[in-house]
Design a protein around this ligand. Structure first.
Ligand code: ZN
Ligand code: ZN
Ligand code: ZN
Length: 329
């Protein structure tokens, strides 16, 4: 597998002929339970009275490898490089049957803390431009393991969607001297028609222009570009955000089982790039957030094959339904 850059959209694509892709994957015994026999190497763990509360492990079949050189090179007008980076599995809970929406706020808080620590640690490598944290849950969402896990990838490039956000955030700030995310949040809280719930400094809302039905964002009220910085310095993240995340996932699961969850945080500004302008203003014009994209099997077709996102449930209706959903508490 290698990375190729689309010269038009400037997005990197991982492509190649993967021999493992055609054979069905069988998971066998769980590799992430505390007593697993074929566990991969543990990278970091947060201790608890009974052993560990959350830990990070090497992905058994990583997309990115730490060894080697990216070897970025031209190919006529094109760009390509090897998939050098890091790929880790974050085990959210030692218990196989305790997903994020079933865990205690304390357990979710530990997972968030581990995520912040891993992102910060991976950013110490000056070659790393961006660290992604994501979770795919449900058979239609590409879930890989049955154990409660999220994944972390560290890459030599900034993923496309984040790049769009960084460019847009910088342009908005240049024009208005304000953060676009702060402005969105202020208007949403004033209008209140798309706010699902607020907990302390964190707000869950339906975006004005959703890409899929029931799309939900979780945004901190206070301006902060980097999740990992807040994650390690503000205790509220590990209590209020944990509770809001748990309750929001419970709400979404009253509508559908599967979802994609992704954290959008600032790129690796410990080692600023000389060519990318947004690196200089990142602390002012970017604002971290979590995006949750529910997967509705029945409606998948309608937005997968269209060039324009088609979301047949309005955010206002979706938010009303999610707000009124019966959840455990
Ligand atoms: Zn397990
Ligand atoms: Zn902001
Ligand atoms: Zn985003």
């Amino acid at each position: 597998m290698e990375l190729r850059k689309d010269p038009i959209t400037r997005s990197w694509v991982m492509t190649g002929d993967d021999p493992t892709e055609s054979s069905p994957r069988s998971e066998g015994a769980c590799r992430f339970c505390p007593d697993a026999r074929d566990a991969t190497q543990v990278i970091a763990a947060l201790p608890s009275a009974s052993g560990w509360s959350a830990r990070s492990m090497v992905h058994p079949t990583p997309l990115y490898h730490i060894e080697g050189e990216p070897g970025r090179r031209g190919d006529g007008i094109y760009d390509r490089m090897s998939s050098v980076g890091a790929h880790e599995v974050l085990v959210e809970n030692p218990r196989h049957d305790r997903q994020l929406w079933q865990a205690s706020d304390d357990e979710i808080g530990q997972f968030l803390r581990l995520a912040a620590e891993r992102i910060l640690d991976l950013k110490r490598d000056p070659r790393i431009k961006y660290v992604s944290l994501y979770k795919d849950y449900g058979p239609n969402a590409g879930q890989e393991f049955s154990h409660p896990t999220s994944q972390v990838t560290a890459t030599m490039f900034v993923p496309r969607r984040v790049l769009y956000e960084l460019r847009a955030g910088r342009e908005y700030f240049q024009a208005k001297e304000r953060c676009v995310f702060c402005d969105i949040l202020a208007q949403e809280e004033r209008q209140a028609s798309r706010v699902i719930e607020a907990r302390g400094d964190y707000v869950a809302l339906g975006p004005y222009a959703p890409r899929v039905p029931y799309e939900t964002w979780i945004i901190p009220r206070n301006h902060e570009a980097s999740f990992e910085r807040t994650g390690l310095s503000k205790p509220g993240l590990r209590t209020n955000l944990a509770a809001l995340l748990r309750r929001t996932l419970q709400r979404i699961r009253t509508v559908t089982e599967g979802f994609h969850l992704v954290l959008h945080t600032s790129p690796n500004s410990l080692h600023p790039s000389k060519t990318l302008g947004y690196w200089k203003t990142i602390d002012d014009d970017y604002h971290w957030h979590i995006e949750i994209m529910p997967v509705l099997a029945a409606k998948a077709r309608s937005y997968t094959f269209k060039e324009v996102y088609y979301s047949p449930v309005s955010s206002e209706t979706a938010v009303k339904q999610l707000r009124e959903a019966k959840i455990d508490g």
